[in-house]
Ligand binder design. Structure first.
Ligand code: 1GP
Length: 238
């Protein structure tokens, strides 16, 4: 499958909102994966993201194969480092952590990933990844050893997102961090979506249906839900 990005662009142009469920392989218990799959198939999810900041890649292929066999949605890697690449997925968010100044997450990991990616058919989607301060330290901050951007400095965040667009990123991902105390401010989502012409992904700390709707209304094209679904498998039930 190599149409993931094309379909995201199409959804944006038609104002169809997208919902990604983030599966952290570290937290998946193989014995109960079919309960998870059933709930995903009953939800309005449009994409599956697989990844986590500290995951070491163990069992990744096995989990993705099971998800692919049973769910008819694009499976996109959302890796914390190159060990989290699996050729079984459909695509990969090729992330550049633009809020930080750690060369490992700006270019080193990306270079290391090339030899692995060249052996796969994954659709590689360049993504400007911007971490926003969310109340307390998150795993992304800890693992990447970078500081998030000030949640009150909306203009600087919008400028960073626009720089990513000029550099050539295909997606912008505003991230509060998994399990974040506070999600990305709606005012920031709104301003960034106005400044860029790229599809905008927003995730981290979004834990109610109302919050998902508000984030869409503010201008997100795709919302990512991880922890809320992890904590409550019935989260997407009506
Ligand atoms: C994390 O944006 C995702 O990278 C999802 O965050 O786990 O808080 O939903 P949550």
């Amino acid at each position: 499958m190599t149409n993931i990005y094309k379909e995201i662009l199409q959804a944006k142009s038609q104002k169809n909102k997208l919902l990604a469920i983030l599966i952290d392989p570290d937290k998946v218990v193989i014995e109960t994966i079919f309960d998870l799959i059933k709930k995903i198939n009953q939800s309005s999810a449009t994409h599956i993201f697989v990844g986590g900041s500290s995951f070491d890649g163990n069992h990744l292929d096995e989990i993705i194969i099971l998800l692919k066999q049973n769910i008819n949605l694009p499976i996109i890697l959302f890796p914390g480092n190159p060990s989290q690449i699996s050729s079984e997925a459909d695509g990969i968010l090729f992330l550049q952590l633009l809020s930080g100044r750690n060369p490992d997450y700006l270019i080193e990991h990306q270079i290391d990933a090339v030899t692995i990616l060249e052996k796969t058919k994954l659709e590689v989607i360049s993504t400007g990844y911007i971490l926003i301060e969310s109340g307390s330290e998150t795993a992304v901050e800890r693992v990447s050893k970078t500081k998030p951007l000030d949640r009150n400095n909306i203009d600087y965040v919008a400028q960073t997102a626009k720089a990513a667009e000029y550099i050539g990123s295909k997606l912008i991902y505003l991230e509060a961090g998994s399990g974040a105390e506070k999600a990305v401010p709606l005012e920031m989502v709104s301003e960034v979506s106005k400044r860029i012409s790229l599809p905008l992904i927003v995730g981290g700390g979004i834990r109610s249906k109302k919050a998902i709707e508000e984030t869409f209304l503010a201008g997100a094209d795709m919302v990512v839900i991880g922890t809320a679904f992890e904590n409550d498998i019935n989260f997407f039930d009506n």
